[in-house]
Design a protein around this ligand. Structure first.
Ligand SMILES: CC(C)(COP(=O)(O)OP(=O)(O)OC[C@H]1O[C@@H](n2cnc3c(N)ncnc32)[C@H](O)[C@@H]1OP(=O)(O)O)[C@@H](O)C(=O)NCCC(=O)NCCS
Length: 157
């Protein structure tokens, strides 16, 4: 049984490790968003991905009134390595879609690195439509910024 819920306070270290948040300053900055999980907190709606009572990842939705049309949101998902490839990411996309559509959103999008095949497959299996490439989107150190594939689903799909 997969569900989205708020993180419990005991899961702070888990969430930091999952997201690669290290050091006191970075963890203190993350704390308000962690404490506000399970509800919108600023531009973010962070949830624990729960499988049989255990947090195995994080789902995130983002909306910024200054930069996006009302009713639209972007999402991201991260699972611990040992839980990947079992269909959980696809189900989480379905859960996020249901929850966001039920609370007034009509369009949800997400994008992923052109080399991230599992996330692309999850979008496709969940019925999200490929909309194109954001070229040179994500900084990649010494390399050129990576291209990202954009997917979305709307209430009218
Ligand atoms: C991306 C992620 C959320 C997807 O969730 P998931 O539970 O692993 O996804 P699913 O199991 O629903 O689907 C993954 C699909 O990719 C396929 N896949 C995985 N690795 C693959 C590879 N190297 N080549 C081809 N297909 C691959 C799986 O076989 C599966 O497809 P199938 O069901 O048709 O066989 C998860 O893998 C993850 O957390 N990865 C690390 C963080 C990340 O990349 N987040 C997204 C950032 S945009």
């Amino acid at each position: 049984m997969i569900s989205l819920r708020s993180f419990t306070s005991a899961e702070f270290d888990f969430a930091c490790k999952l997201k690669g948040i290290e050091g006191e300053a970075a963890q203190a900055k993350f704390r308000p968003r962690f404490d506000g999980s399970g509800r919108w907190e600023g531009h973010f709606y962070n949830s624990a991905i729960d499988v049989a009572g255990v947090a195995v990842g994080e789902a995130q939705a983002r909306y910024c009134a200054q930069a996006m049309p009302p009713g639209t949101a972007e999402v991201g998902i991260e699972l611990v390595a040992e839980m990947r490839g079992q269909g959980i990411g696809t189900q989480v996309l379905n859960l996020l879609k249901a929850e966001l559509f039920d609370t007034g959103f009509y369009r949800i999008s997400g994008s992923t690195d052109v080399i991230n095949i599992p996330m692309q497959r999850a979008f496709e299996k969940a019925g999200w439509k490929f909309e194109g490439i954001s070229r040179h989107l994500m900084p990649a150190g010494e390399d050129l910024p990576h291209d990202y594939r954009v997917y979305a689903i709307t209430k009218w799909d």
